[in-house]
Design a protein around this ligand. Sequence first.
Ligand code: HEM
Length: 406
Amino acid sequence: LLDSKTIDIIKSTVPVLAEHGKAITTRFYQMMFTNHPELLHIFNHVNQKQGKQQQALANTVYTAAQYIDQLETLLPAVKQIAHKHRSLGVKAEHYPIVGEHLLLAIKDVLGDAATDEIINAWGEAYGVIADVFISVEQEMYNEAAQKPGGWDGFREFIITKKIEESDVITSFYLKPKDEGNLSSFQPGQYITVKAVIPGEDYTHLRQYSLSDSPDKDYYRISVKREDRKEEIPAGIVSTFLHQQVSEGDTIEITAPAGDFILQEKEKRPVVFLSGGVGQTPMISMLKTLAKKNTTTDVTYIHAAINSSHHAFDEEIRSIVNESEHMSYYVSYEQPTAKDHQAKNYKKEGYVDLPWLQSILKNNDADFYFCGPVPFMKAMNQALKEWNVADDRIHFEFFGPKGSLEN
Ligand code: HEM
């Protein structure tokens, strides 16, 4: 444990480090990847370029430092990150590398202001924080490996089916190449795909939510092809999966992870709000509830650009039609002429609070949302405005966890 002097130094220097947070983490990554290029097999290069990952790591380290004498209060946040780390194959031996380069970066950016005393205190604090992550992650590795049909690290899967769900979303059905059992998972969880792309120097890891219920002899992921959009280049892994991977091919994935899962303890109504490919974890949840012949009210609300981008419409419709407790609403941002004619949507434009209030009797439900960040911010704001309690709001970011506040 840290002594009170060290704790004082840490707490008094957090604001200084936070002020230089971006500079420090940017430098940290530069130095770490120069000295340990092998880590480029693990980190997402696109998130690096956009600076999102640097910010997420910096914020976590500073928050943890601020709460260094009561780290247990941060356990939920640690677990969410630990799920991701476990899913990516981050191991205990990686932590000293990160720690060393974080201290080097602090020294580099702060210069003389970073006295030995400060650096030593931060070294100790990092050790304490890292130990929490390492032990939580070790438990997760053990759990993943010990589950029936479970495994540790990457496992080879055959793509048994590749199905186009819309102009931009394609599903991949995966079965273990070793023909062994397949571990169950909690609806809402994701796996990591290791993409080995011809011509690329490094492997690329990406997470995809499992989009089918857990009781099958396959896993299904459904991937949106991220086309080039002005300055943002096309998604390297999504393009690879869509264009270069075929039925019969093998890919490697890690065991399911993640804490965005159905909360079934309370028997409250359930509302799913999804934008675009954000519906993948929700379909798994919906299908799971349908399998159990749920008697709680389930409302599935989906926002798509229009029918050409809209995946899983028939699949959802047929599930919902089977149950008197489930209902389904679609909004199209820009319906096509054909959509206007078919009237295959309930609302034109964005999902907003007045529309939600017209669909739902009251705010007494568990709300789940996932989609593009602007959609998530709008949903979060609408639910807050409707006084939905924090513990009934559940969401998942595709990509580094960001803020929904502004
Ligand atoms: C992701 C924090 C150590 C590799 C993240 C995220 C945070 C974080 C906040 C974003 C989670 C999200 O997406 O919601 C930390 C902290 C660490 C630590 C506080 C030390 C105490 C490590 C180590 C490695 C690592 C040792 C491995 C070398 C990664 C990778 C991601 C990630 C690969 C995925 C992000 C991406 O590539 O875009 N970490 N991390 N982290 N972390 Fe860590």
